[in-house]
Design a protein. Structure first.
Length: 277
């Protein structure tokens, strides 16, 4: 019954794209996707590309999810960051796919840098995106493809207080499948992160678009910089999870509860070759 309900839930997006169910990684989800002001891992590409400027080395992160346990409903993410002499750069892919029925995908090409004003670090970054959506096995579907842009800023006001701002879907692309044309509205978000004793993060994001707004809340506590416990609130749904970290490998797990569909689980694996700033 849950599978039937979820498939019916996804049916409206077959006539227009919305890109709202994409995978931002397990760490972000476990903290309610309140990630605009944190951004020290490759998945920051998806929430605030300025966060790439916090990463000084090669860093890989990827995850695969079967939404609500449905074997043919995939939600995947891959993000890679790597430094260059001038910029911190990254590539990311997000895809949600109902096998043989429908898929949405975004490919990101991102770059970020840092300047200092009165000894305050200002990080800024942007992403050039290729957004696509496809209805399978339906000859009249248009299967649109668009270019788009994201932009973000990240400011360290002190050693433990950070502010972030991002704009997604800056070009407000239009998608047409069969008879309906829909436009992705520009989405803005601000966020703050307070770090306590280098082991606890408290995060709050506020995001808004033309006709709606929402709050996201998250927190994490690290024990000996090896194990993290996390809790968050995303779109009125409770999220939680944990993380494990070694010198090179990062493992993150998250669970999100839905009142009608139950719980869905997400696992991410990361490889870090170097240090974060």
């Amino acid at each position: 019954m849950k599978k039937i309900i979820l498939i019916l839930f996804f049916l409206p997006i077959y006539s227009y794209a919305n890109f709202i169910a994409l995978n931002n990684g397990a760490r972000s989800l476990s903290m309610g996707n309140a990630f605009v002001a944190l951004g020290n891992e490759p998945a920051t590409i998806f929430s605030n590309p300025a966060g790439l400027a916090k990463i000084n080395s090669f860093y890989f992160s990827g995850s695969h999810q079967n939404l609500y346990g449905i074997s043919n409903l995939y939600n995947d993410m891959l993000a890679i960051s790597f430094p260059t002499p001038i910029f911190r750069t990254g590539i990311g892919i997000q895809q949600v796919k109902l096998l043989d029925v429908y898929s949405e995908q975004i490919i990101y090409f991102s770059a970020a840098s840092i300047i200092r004003i009165k000894n305050i670090p200002f990080r800024f970054g942007g992403s050039l995106k290729l957004e696509s959506a496809k209805v399978m096995n339906y000859e009249e579907a248009k299967n649109p493809l668009n270019f788009d842009v994201d932009f973000g800023v990240l400011v360290d006001f002190s050693d433990n207080f950070f502010f972030g701002y991002s704009v997604k879907y800056l070009l407000e692309p239009k998608f047409k499948f069969i008879s309906k044309t829909d436009q992705l509205k520009r989405q803005m978000a601000t966020g703050i992160c307070y770090n306590w004793r280098n082991s606890v993060n408290f995060l709050v994001d506020y995001s808004w678009s033309e006709n709606k707004s929402k709050w996201n809340f998250g927190s994490e506590i690290w024990f000996y910089d090896i194990f993290a416990a996390r809790l968050g609130m995303y779109d009125e749904k409770l999220t939680s999870g944990f993380g494990l970290k070694t010198n090179y490998w990062i493992f993150d797990a998250a669970v999100m509860s839905h009142q009608k569909l139950g719980s869905t689980y997400l696992i991410s694996i990361g490889l870090l070759l170097g240090e974060q700033s």
